[in-house]
Design a protein around this ligand. Structure first.
Ligand SMILES: Nc1nc2c(c(=O)[nH]1)N[C@@H](CN(C=O)c1ccc(C(=O)N[C@@H](CCC(=O)O)C(=O)O)cc1)CN2
Length: 282
């Protein structure tokens, strides 16, 4: 078997094009241009690259992008104050705090300073709860939200399927499982204390790898015909799944690059436009 690749680049382009058109209409009808404020603390090279990618795509989509670049030594209190300022600024519609922040910062406290209506990256507790309770007024965490859109585009209905999420981070693994559960999948979370990971993976109809360890998931463990979502973004564009092995066994597979990554950014742009539309209606 050779897996069909799920083209995230193409689907993301469609979403960004539609978002750009909505942004254009919003400007024409109300004079409001969607604005995303991105906050980055320190100069981690990967984060700098991701932020630059997001800003480039905002520019292409007609979304204003405001960059707040803070030094490594920024304290939690200073960061919270900056984010609260953006939350109170009516010209800002979406706020993104690039993850990870330096270790001395309380990242949760910083995320929680984002006003729910501007949480276009879906990182606050309010957004998580809204997603878990199926409330449409919240914003979804972008990577899991993008993955659900990919599944839909490729006709994968999670209902009744065994879904295994490897990883339990607050902005990826945990919300991923909740979104699959909301679509009636039988969800298992796996993590560092999971006793027999290979056996859990072997039972997965839908496997989401979100561990942050290069090629951690071995092709031989994958159930033949499974849908394999590689949400890894390790240095050198290496995913969390052994891509060669997965191609042999999976039915559908997201490539790295060109799978989940572009969808993450597409969802961020789409949700920024939605936040701006909502603010213009108020
Ligand atoms: N606040 C957040 N921080 C982080 C998130 C997030 O969703 N919100 N996700 C990751 C990294 N990330 C965005 O920040 C991200 C990583 C990779 C890509 C991407 O499109 N990758 C391309 C390849 C890139 C290249 O060509 O070099 C791909 O997969 O095709 C997008 C977003 C951590 N932090």
């Amino acid at each position: 078997m050779s897996a069909e690749l799920m083209n995230g680049t193409e689907l993301a382009r469609e979403i960004v094009d539609r978002s750009a058109e909505r942004a254009r209409i919003l400007v024409a009808e109300t004079g409001v241009r969607p604005c995303l404020a991105t906050v980055i603390v320190g100069d981690d090279p990967a984060s700098v690259t991701y932020v630059a990618m997001k800003r480039r795509r905002c520019a292409k989509a007609g979304i204003e992008s405001r960059l707040v670049s803070l030094p490594e030594a920024t304290t939690t209190a200073e960061l919270v104050a900056v984010i609260r300022g953006l939350s109170d600024d009516p010209s800002v519609h979406g706020i993104l705090l690039q993850h990870p922040v330096p270790g001395h910062i309380d990242e949760r406290a910083a995320f929680e300073a984002i006003a729910p209506a501007k949480d276009v990256d879906g990182v606050t507790m309010w957004s998580f709860a809204a997603m878990a309770f199926g409330q449409a007024d919240g914003f979804v965490s972008c990577t899991p939200g993008g993955i659900m859109r990919l599944l839909d585009a490729y006709g994968v209905d999670p209902a009744g399927k065994r879904a295994v999420v490897v990883g339990r981070s607050p902005i990826l693994g945990k919300p991923m499982g909740m979104l699959l559960l909301a679509r009636d999948a039988t969800v298992t979370y796996c993590h560092s204390r999971t006793v027999d990971l290979s056996a859990e993976i072997a039972g997965a109809d839908i496997l989401v790898a979100a561990v942050g360890r290069p090629e951690f998931i071995k092709g031989a463990d994958i159930k033949p015909g499974a849908v394999v979502i590689d949400a890894g973004y390790n240095p050198g564009n290496v995913g969390d799944v052994d891509a060669e092995g997965a191609r042999e066994r999976a039915g559908l597979l997201t490539p790295v690059p060109g799978g989940v990554g572009p969808m993450t950014i597409a969802l961020l742009l789409e949700q920024t436009v939605v936040a701006a539309e909502r603010s213009a209606q108020r």
